[in-house]
Structures are given as C-alpha cells and as structure tokens.
Design a protein around this ligand. Sequence first.
Ligand SMILES: C[S@@+](CC[C@H](N)C(=O)[O-])C[C@H]1O[C@@H](n2cnc3c(N)ncnc32)[C@H](O)[C@@H]1O
Length: 403
Amino acid sequence: MPDRNDDLELFAVTAPGLEALCAAELARLGIAAAVEPGGVAWSGSLAELYAANLELRTATRVLVRVGEFDARSFSELERHARRLAWERFVGRRGRAVTLRVTSRRSKLYHERAIAQRVLEAIDRQAGPLGPSKAGGGSEEEDAASGAAGATEDPDAQLFVVRFLRDRCTISADASGLPLHRRGYRQAVAKAPLRETLAAAMLLGSGWPADVPLLDPLCGSGTLAIEGALLGRRIAPGLAAAGGTPRGYAFEAWADFDAGVWEELVGHARDAVLPAAGIPIHASDRDTGAIEAARANAARAGVLDDITFEARALSAVEAPGPAGWLVTNPPYGQRVGEQTPLRDLYAALGNLARRRLAGWTLALLSADRRLDAQLGVRLDEVLRTSNGGIPVRLMVGRVDELRS
Ligand SMILES: C[S@@+](CC[C@H](N)C(=O)[O-])C[C@H]1O[C@@H](n2cnc3c(N)ncnc32)[C@H](O)[C@@H]1O
C-alpha cells in the first residue's frame, strides 16, 4: 500500500491546449510536472493526488497509474491485467466499474474486446462487480457528441485503458465526477462555458485577480464566479455546499487516508479570504440568465463579491479606471447568424474603446472575421475546443477610440 512518499504515477487530464496552464497551477502547489499532450504527468504522493483534485482549476480529472506493460495478444493482456492491484481501487464489493478504452497503432485494436478482458481480470480479483460497462473515446469526444459518457454513474470506478504501439497503460480515475463539475452550477443559461475553461481564460489572459473584472455577456455567470473564487482563493473543490468538499472517487479507495485529506481541506478553508476586495461586474441582457447566475454565485458562496445586472452591452459602464474584460460572446455556426453577430462584436469593440481605454480585453473566439469587427488588436494566447468547436483565447490591450 502506498504511503506518503512520491510513489504514485499521476496524470492530470486537461482539455487540449490547457496543459501548460495546469502545469503552472501545479507549480504553484509546489509540484513540478511534465507537460504532455492532453495533460500533465508527475510522480507524487497521496497528499499531492488529493491536493490536485481539490485545488486544480483547469484539470478535467486526475488519474493514477495502475500498471503499464506490452501486450500483443489477448492472453498476454489477460496475464498482465490479472496481476494488477485492482482491489485497491474497487475495494468495496459490488462496486460498479466503467472502462474507457482507446487503442492506436497496436495489434490489439478491438476496444470492446480489450475492455471485456480487463473487466474479467478485475472481476476475478475484486468481484463480483456491480453493473459495469465499457466504452471507447475520450471525455472531450463524449462532451462534444453529447453522448452518455463512461462517467454516467458517479459511484462507478472509472479505469482508463490506453494502447499505443502495443504498450498498454491502465490508470484509475481519482476524481469521480469530472472536476469542472464544481457543484455550484445547477442553473444554466444558453451555451454555458465549462468551469475549467472559464478558469483557463482567466489564468491564460493574465488577469492578476486583484484588479476589476467585467463580463458584459455573462450568461450563467461562470467567468465572474470563477474570478471571484480566484480572488477569494477558494479552492474549486470547496466551491459549493457551504464549503463542504464535493465527493471524489479516491475517498472510496482502500488506501484512502482521511487524516491527510482532512488536513488538506482544513488548509484550503484557512486560505479563503473574506472578500474578493475588487469589483467584479457581470451583466447580460437576458434577465433569466442573470437569475441563474445569481443562484450559481450564491451556491458557490461568492454572491456578495459580484455585482450582477440585467443590461444590454450598449448600456455597460466601466467599473473602474483599469481592469480586465473577460468574456465568451456567442459565435454562430449557422447561416444567417453572422450579421447580428457582427453587430454584437462591433458593439463590444465600441464599449471597449469608448469606455474601457487602458483595460485588457480577453475573449474566446471561434471566428477571426468576427474578431475583426472589434477594432482592438488581439493576440492568440491559446487554442482549445469548446463543446467540440475549435476556439482561441484572444487577448489585447484596449486603446482609446481615435475619431
Ligand atoms: C455564449 S453566452 C455566455 C455564456 C456564459 N459564459 C456562461 O458560462 O453561461 C453569450 C451571452 O451573451 C448574451 N448576449 C447576447 N447579446 C447581448 C447583448 N447585446 N447585450 C447583453 N447580453 C447579450 C446572451 O444572452 C448570452 O447569455
């Protein structure tokens, strides 16, 4: 059984493009991690595993390596899989298991057949299992297609099985529900932004968390709420239910160390500031969205840190002499949406140049032609995807309107 030494192979999964931001977050926790496509890897302790789950704002989930071996036949796969320490993760008898299998450039390519062999190995050692299931693909693909992901059952233990060039890597998911499910966002307006992407926009834009923040197209309030959480130093895992941590898969593991966990949660609670201390303004013309945003902020414990207003973009005022406007404007994918959107982007540019000179503008963009309507020079900071659509985080300083 692992102790608190650095004997766990850990991997924080991120959306593509957010890896470096996640590595920077880990560095602030004192953890040096290597950036890889789709996440960041490091060797760490149980305490680091728990801290990553509680504190990371940009990671989707945290995995622990269960085993790694070469397998070119099903009998090899079975032999290796039977030797792995499944009981540690499926300690409770009857616990359901879900498997997410991918295979690339490998002799064993039939993902369902791989899953079936691995499930049998788990069942032999730690069964009988509850209703278990297996699927292919990734979290991002599940989210984009809207398909029921392998994480549907929040009590099931998820294992990620990856074959690449006949090398099989098996990992156990320590998070349970994906980490963007902080617990505060139960009311949603149209096209809500994932909490992890909202946090990535704030961190990636360079917002220093002690200058005013404005989102004039706030929808269900995700950017403002994530901003308030950063400003108050509230760990994302404490951002609901009055500061009680959301549940994690690792709490059901045989080696769960409640003492280590409670100490970390205690430190996270002690770090919380009583107020953000800076103006955070969020508005939207849709009164229903503002109601949803307020309810979400209340659940996150940051309602008093944010000024919410139902108002159109054209009526927005500067909440201070300098700050960051960070927003996620609508981007149309269908024919006929372009003209009103061009007007909306022009109105956003006018607001910035007439009332927010000296501010920094950061937005999530899917269409360069719409960005051109802003009249503000923007640089690309990162590329990722939002609900399956490729998007870029664009950031620039607003100059005064000269005319
Ligand atoms: C893509 S959504 C923002 C989603 C938000 N980031 C969230 O997490 O829920 C864009 C928002 O812009 C708002 N909006 C569109 N045109 C507007 C305008 N002219 N003035 C104010 N709000 C507007 C819509 O009501 C919508 O809530």
